[in-house]
Design a protein around this ligand. Structure first.
Ligand code: UDP
Length: 328
């Protein structure tokens, strides 16, 4: 596929896996990232530009210089807990800067957009597994900002003919098989990398946030999907948009839910280590259960996730963890 793609937020965890897949597919990739959370070392292919998607003159320069076929947008803050304490940072970064990016696209007549949305747009589910027509009632500012962008995209389609795909990720996990790129947040807040740090003795224990949820073992249930399966779904969405497809919204999950305790047990099996657990209060903003139906994207775009069990996903995360440690 000889296409030119702007990947905003390509130095982040999911963006970096996307950049790698685009390059393997033969695309010409430009990464724009201001590195507030991403890491330069995760971008190993394509052209890298350090800058903000909220900078109109930089966008004008970029869009004038390159005839992009599409823009993929991964540049967002994504921590539920943090968003509860710093909502304005989330509205500024996730919403206002996306307005600037879309403005730039419209000015330069770039009309294809793929957006990283989230299961957090649904809020507390009334039916599980969640389908795309489930009601949207986010329980935290992070989900509110993502839903606001989805609504803005629908309005932009109506007004400017901007065609978009919004992909609602459930819990992205794992790392590329090469272990050259993987999850790298500072501070790390996501369950699987923290569990692996505890397995490796880098931290004393894992805190389990909430043990009184209405779930079989009292801990939250989430749907973990491998990061390369997410990237693969973007490739299919890109193809569909470039072939003249209409705007759409898809869930991306594995359709299997695992509780926090089950994740810890699987990580103990993969690593062969005992993982010390401390029970802690609920984390504000966390719904009890988030499990996707991804039937729509499988049916319409032929998405076929390669990683169909959590142990395989954790194994790739563990390989990445060990390689990181070796390189330190
Ligand atoms: N979680 C936990 N301890 C941690 C980190 C996360 O118990 O140190 C729980 C969290 O409350 C949620 C699940 O693990 O129920 C997944 O959290 P994560 O932050 O990985 O992803 P999120 O679901 O917020 O996108």
């Amino acid at each position: 596929m000889n296409k030119k793609i702007l990947v905003v937020g390509g130095a982040g965890y999911i963006g970096a896996h996307m950049v790698r897949q685009l390059a393997i597919a033969g695309c010409d990739v430009v990464v724009l990232d201001s590195l507030p959370t991403g890491s330069r070392k995760l971008v190993q292919v394509g052209e890298f530009i350090q800058g903000s998607l909220g900078d109109p003159s930089l966008l004008d320069r970029l869009f004038a210089e390159h005839a992009f076929d599409a823009v993929m947008h991964f540049a967002a803050f994504s921590q539920v807990g943090e968003s509860m304490h710093q909502p304005l940072a989330y509205y500024r970064n996730n919403l206002a800067e996306t307005v600037a990016l879309l403005d730039g696209m419209v000015r330069h007549d770039v009309k294809r957009f793929i957006f990283s949305s989230t299961a957090a747009v649904y809020g507390e589910p009334v039916a599980t597994p969640i389908t795309e027509d489930h009601s949207c009632a986010p329980t935290n500012p992070y989900g509110n900002t993502k839903l606001a962008v989805e609504r803005m995209l629908a309005d932009c389609d109506e007004a400017y003919g901007l065609k978009y795909t919004a992909l609602r990720y459930f819990n992205a996990a794992g790392a590329d098989e090469s272990a050259e790129i993987g999850e790298l947040h500072d501070p790390e807040t996501h369950l699987i990398p923290i569990v692996l740090k505890a397995a490796d003795g880098l931290i004393d224990h894992i805190q389990v946030f909430g043990t009184d949820y209405p779930t079989p073992d009292g801990t939250c249930i989430r749907d973990y999907v491998h990061v390369n399966d997410l990237a693969q779904a973007h490739m299919l969405a890109l193809d569909a948009l470039l072939e003249g497809g209409e705007s759409s919204i898809y869930n991306l999950g594995s359709s299997n839910g695992y509780s926090v305790r089950e994740v810890i047990a699987k990580a103990e099996r993969v690593t062969g280590k005992k993982i010390p657990v401390v029970e802690a209060p609920r984390r504000p903003g966390d719904p009890a259960i988030l499990v996707a139906s991804s039937e729509k994207i499988q049916r319409e775009l032929g998405w076929a996730p390669a990683y169909d069990n959590l142990e395989k996903i954790i194994q790739t995360a563990w390989n990445w963890h060990l390689k990181q440690k070796m390189n330190e």
